[in-house]
Design a protein around this ligand. Structure first.
Ligand code: UTP
Length: 285
């Protein structure tokens, strides 16, 4: 299976940092968000990744390119851990790049990758949503697809005050953590929302869904969102599955989510955790 990572958004919530460097390349300590996401895909068995890129594509292409001179330096300095981490991704995975000329929405971005995914089911993971989990969310989505053979959306319960920031779904539960979805509403007021289950940036997309998206692109002016295609699926009585993933999610596309992600991963790092805890305890903010 292939994976598509759209990284062509404007990232306005992370400006000015995202002006020169796309927000997906901002580091979580020493690894860019995208590095962690690509590692997640690797662990899930994915070997081909299609990046949908915008104007900051050069830095991203350089990051995932083999750099023999840097590798030689790492080798000579005995930095084998960093070297292995880079090599695994740079040599064992295939990366393709396709340009989204204008940021016309996440649905439009996914459509840009059409020629690479052809008529197969594929994963879409947004470049700013990190989930730390014992079994990665990508693996959970693939397992659900293998079982049900239907499109799958990763879902998270959100507090009432956050409902209007997300696409919210409605549907009936048919197994623990699984829902047959029939309603998709973009950023509803809490009183109009079908549930508190929010769509997060990880999906398993099937050819029929991509076909609907394509049809809509021909009809629609302005932004094209993935949620529009899911809405069309429901309208055509086609099945879509929602999966409440297990794990902890960080939206690294906003300042607070980004800082939380750094804190989370720092506290998991034995080299940093003790000193950082001490610093936070002793310092008066
Ligand atoms: P976001 O919803 O976070 O949008 O996109 P954004 O435009 O990047 O950020 P803000 O709201 O201005 O701060 C979710 C994912 O989809 C990609 C983004 O790069 C991000 O990884 N995306 C979004 C595209 O690739 N193209 C688009 O047209 C929109």
């Amino acid at each position: 299976m292939k994976a598509v990572i759209p990284v062509a958004g404007l990232g306005t919530r992370m400006l000015p940092a995202s002006k020169a460097c796309s927000k997906e390349l901002l580091p979580i300590i020493d690894r860019p968000v995208l590095h962690l996401l690509v590692e997640e895909l690797y662990e899930a068995g994915i070997r081909e990744v299609i990046f949908v890129v915008g104007k900051n594509k050069k830095a991203l292409q350089n990051y995932f390119k083999v750099d023999p001179s840097l590798e030689a330096v790492l080798q000579s300095k005995g930095q084998s851990k960093v070297l292995a981490s880079l090599k695994k991704l740079n040599t064992k995975m295939k990366f393709e790049y396709v340009e989204q000329k204008q940021p016309l929405g996440d649905g439009d971005a996914v459509l840009c990758a059409h020629k690479f995914v052809k008529d197969e089911a594929f994963l879409v993971i947004f470049g700013d949503d990190l989930i730390d989990a014992a079994v990665s969310c990508s693996k959970q989505l693939i397992a659900a697809y293998k079982k049900y053979r239907m499109p799958v959306i990763a879902l998270e319960r959100v507090p009432r005050e956050d409902i209007s920031k997300y696409g919210i779904v409605g549907g009936a539960s048919f197994a623990k953590r699984f829902y047959k979805l029939d309603c998709f509403v973009e950023k509803p007021l809490p009183e109009n929302a079908p549930s508190d289950l929010a769509i997060v940036g990880k999906y398993l997309i099937t050819p029929i869904l991509l076909k609907l998206l394509k049809e809509m692109a021909g009809q629609k002016k302005g932004e094209l969102r993935l949620i529009d295609a899911f809405h069309a699926m429901a309208h055509n009585k086609l099945p879509v599955i929602g999966m409440e993933f297990t794990g902890q999610r960080f939206d690294t596309g906003n300042k607070l989510g980004y800082v939380k992600a750094i804190m989370h991963y720092a506290m998991k790092d034995p080299e940093l955790a003790a000193e950082l805890k001490k610093y936070l305890r002793d310092k008066e903010f």
